[in-house]
Ligand binder design. Structure first.
Ligand code: NAD
Length: 238
């Protein structure tokens, strides 16, 4: 248990819920959720229901929770139109960051859930790269374009009014509570689309267990601010 007050944005979603559960499991006493929909009801969690793109909703949650650590997982699901991604990922993330650096804000750290898709053009395989790989000129779709916009903003706010920020880029996430992947697989089977194979069945894609992605967010929040040089990492890619 720490003295921090955690606010999980999108905390009623698949990944957000696991983050909330891990915070509670390690004994954190101050855990709040901000989400546009309430899907969970815990007596020891304060829920703020609001829209990330509305400054008054965000300011209300930050002020009432007195959050010191914000973990921002909210995003519309993949496969929708550009407008909703612009609204939540770009406008919403900017709204959150602006509120976090207000003089009255108690927030010290922001951990943002980005996506591995921010470095994927869809045209070339990416293997053995790390966070130094540049963003591609053309991204796969509006979802990934707006995830790039949000990620860049989050990183640009690092150091503003002493705020510490970082972004995590998960690939596909699987596990209990998944709201996208299994339903997608189910649709493929239902639509009898399993008899075709595109390519030679040699393509690889990364999937990560949701508990591990959630754990990475807690570690990022805990360690944000600790300084190390890249060369100190055990196995830097040259
Ligand atoms: P999810 O849809 O289950 O959770 C997202 C949550 O955000 C939902 O509870 C939703 O209600 C909330 N939300 C959406 N719009 C909002 C708004 N305007 N205001 C407040 N809350 C809002 O999605 P997930 O799978 O848990 O994904 C979490 C994060 O991880 C997202 O940022 C996503 O881009 C990223 N990500 C997911 C995957 C994956 O495979 N699921 C892979 C890479 C990255």
């Amino acid at each position: 248990m720490s003295a921090e007050s955690y606010l999980v944005i999108g905390g009623c979603g698949f990944l957000g819920r696991h983050i909330v559960q891990q915070l509670l499991a390690r004994g954190e006493a101050q855990v709040s959720v901000f989400d546009i929909v309430q899907r969970h009801f815990d007596s020891n969690v304060t829920f703020f229901i609001g829209d990330l793109s509305k400054p008054e909703d965000v300011q209300n949650a930050l002020q009432k929770s007195q959050a010191t650590v914000v973990i921002h997982t909210a995003s519309p699901a993949h496969g929708l139109g550009r407008a909703i991604y612009e609204k939540v990922n770009v406008v919403g993330t900017r709204t959150l960051l602006e509120a976090c650096v207000e003089p009255s804000s108690t927030v010290k750290k922001v951990v943002y859930t980005s996506s591995g898709g921010v470095v994927y053009s869809g045209k070339e395989d990416i293997t053995n790269v790390d966070e130094r790989v540049p963003y591609p000129e053309v991204l796969l779709d509006a979802y990934n374009e707006t995830k790039v916009g949000a990620e860049k903003m989050v990183l640009e706010y690092n150091g503003k009014n002493d705020l510490l920020t970082c972004a995590i880029r998960p690939a596909g996430i699987f596990g209990p509570g998944d709201r996208q992947m299994i339903s997608g697989f189910y649709e493929v089977i239902k639509n009898n689309q399993t008899k075709w194979q595109v390519g030679y069945n040699t393509n690889l894609g990364d999937f990560t267990y949701v508990g591990n992605v959630a754990h990475a967010h807690l570690l990022a929040a805990d360690k944000l601010g600790s300084s190390y040089h890249y060369s100190e990492l055990r196995d830097p890619i040259s």
